[in-house]
Design a protein around this ligand. Structure first.
Ligand code: PMP
Length: 308
C-alpha cells in the first residue's frame, strides 16, 4: 500500500509528518477556508467551481491564498499521482497561518495551504440502496446576518452541534433550519424534495452553502429531465408530505432520504425521481472524466484578493 502523502508547508510529506503549529489561527480560531473536492477516474470534478468558491471564501475573509489557481490545480493532480488514487476525496485547506494568541489576522503573515487526498465513504452503501434517515436539528444554521454561510470556512461548530443531535438520535444526518424556521441544509449537504414531479430546494438566500453538487443537480434537471425545478423557501412540514427527499454534496453525491424524524417520506423507499437524477449524475461524472477538454483554470494570478 502506498503511504499517504499530504501537502503542507510547501512540500509533500507522510501522514505522520504532516503537522501544524498550535499557533496557526486555523487551530486557535478555526480561521481558514476549505474545499471538499472529488476526483473520478483521475479527473477532478468541477475543479474550477471549487477553486472559485475557495477564492471567494478567501476574499470575503481577507485571506490571501499564496498560490495561484493554476498551481493549486497542478498540486491536486500531483497529489492524486503521489497517492496513486484515481477516485478520491480531496480536502484543500488554507489556514490563516501561524501567529500569536491574539485573534488579529495581521499577526499571521503566511497562510498555510494543506492538501489531503484520501478515500472517503461518507454514508454506508446500504443508505444509498434503502435511503438515509435524518432528523430535524434543534440547532439552527448560522444566521446570514451574523456570518455569511456561503463562506466555506473552517468554522463548522453549529453544523457539528447538529451532527451531535443526529448521533444522539442514532441517525446519520441532521437537517438544519434557518433562524426563521425554514429548511436550510444539512450538516454537510444541500436538501431537495420532490412533490408532483417538481423538485424544490432552498434558495441561497435561505442561508445555505451554494453547493457545487446542488448546482450540478439543478443543471441536470433543467437539461436532461422533464421535471420542474424551483428554488424556494419551505418548512419541515413540506418535507414530511413530500413524495421524495434527497441530499446532495461532494462526498455524499445524491443520496435518497426515506425517514425524517422517524416519519417515512413518500413510500418510505428511494423514489423514481431521485433514482433518475442519480443515473444522470453518474453519467455526468463519466462524461466529464472522459472529456478531452482540459479542466485547467484560465486564471493565472494569485487567487486571493485582499479586501481590507
Ligand atoms: N452545505 C454544507 C454546509 C456543506 O458543508 C456542504 C459540503 N461541502 C454542502 C452543503 C454541499 O456542497 P458541495 O456540493 O459543494 O459539496
Amino acid at each position: 500500500m502506498t503511504e499517504m502523502k499530504i501537502f503542507i508547508d510547501g512540500k509533500w510529506v507522510s501522514r505522520k509528518s504532516a503537522k501544524i503549529s498550535v499557533f496557526d489561527h486555523g487551530v486557535l480560531y478555526g480561521d481558514g477556508v476549505f474545499e471538499g473536492i472529488r476526483a473520478y477516474g483521475g479527473r477532478v470534478f468541477r475543479l474550477n467551481a471549487h477553486l472559485s468558491r475557495l477564492q471567494r471564501s478567501a476574499a470575503l475573509t481577507s485571506l490571501v491564498i499564496p498560490l495561484t489557481a493554476a498551481k493549486l490545480e497542478k498540486l491536486i493532480y500531483e497529489g492524486l499521482k503521489r497517492n496513486r488514487l484515481q477516485d478520491a476525496y480531496i480536502r484543500l485547506l488554507v489556514t490563516r497561518g501561524e501567529g500569536d494568541l491574539g485573534l488579529d489576522p495581521r499577526c499571521c503573515p503566511k497562510p498555510n495551504v494543506i492538501i489531503i487526498i484520501d478515500k472517503l465513504a461518507l454514508f454506508p452503501e446500504k443508505c444509498y440502496r434503502e435511503g438515509l434517515q435524518a432528523v430535524i436539528a434543534q440547532t439552527r444554521r448560522t444566521n446570514p446576518d451574523a456570518l455569511d454561510p456561503t463562506i466555506k470556512s473552517m468554522n463548522y461548530l453549529n453544523n457539528i452541534l447538529a451532527k451531535i443531535e443526529a448521533n444522539r438520535q442514532g441517525v446519520p444526518e441532521a437537517i438544519m433550519l434557518n433562524a426563521k424556521g425554514y429548511v436550510c441544509e444539512c450538516t454537510g449537504d444541500n436538501v431537495f424534495y420532490v412533490k408532483d414531479r417538481v423538485v424544490v430546494t432552498p434558495p441561497v438566500s435561505a442561508g445555505i452553502l451554494e453547493g457545487i453538487t446542488r448546482a450540478a443537480v439543478i443543471e441536470i434537471i433543467r437539461k436532461k429531465t422533464s421535471f420542474a425545478i424551483k428554488e424556494s423557501l419551505f418548512t419541515p412540514q413540506e418535507l414530511f408530505s413530500a413524495d421524495e427527499v434527497f441530499f446532495t454534496g461532494t462526498a455524499a453525491e445524491i443520496i435518497p432520504v426515506t425517514l425524517i424524524n422517524k416519519r417515512p417520506i413518500g413510500t418510505g423507499a428511494p423514489g423514481a425521481v431521485t433514482q433518475e437524477l442519480v443515473g444522470h449524475f453518474k453519467q455526468l461524472i463519466k462524461s466529464e472524466a472522459s472529456s478531452t477538454q482540459p479542466a485547467s483554470p484560465q486564471r493565472r494570478g494569485s487567487i486571493g484578493l485582499r479586501l481590507s
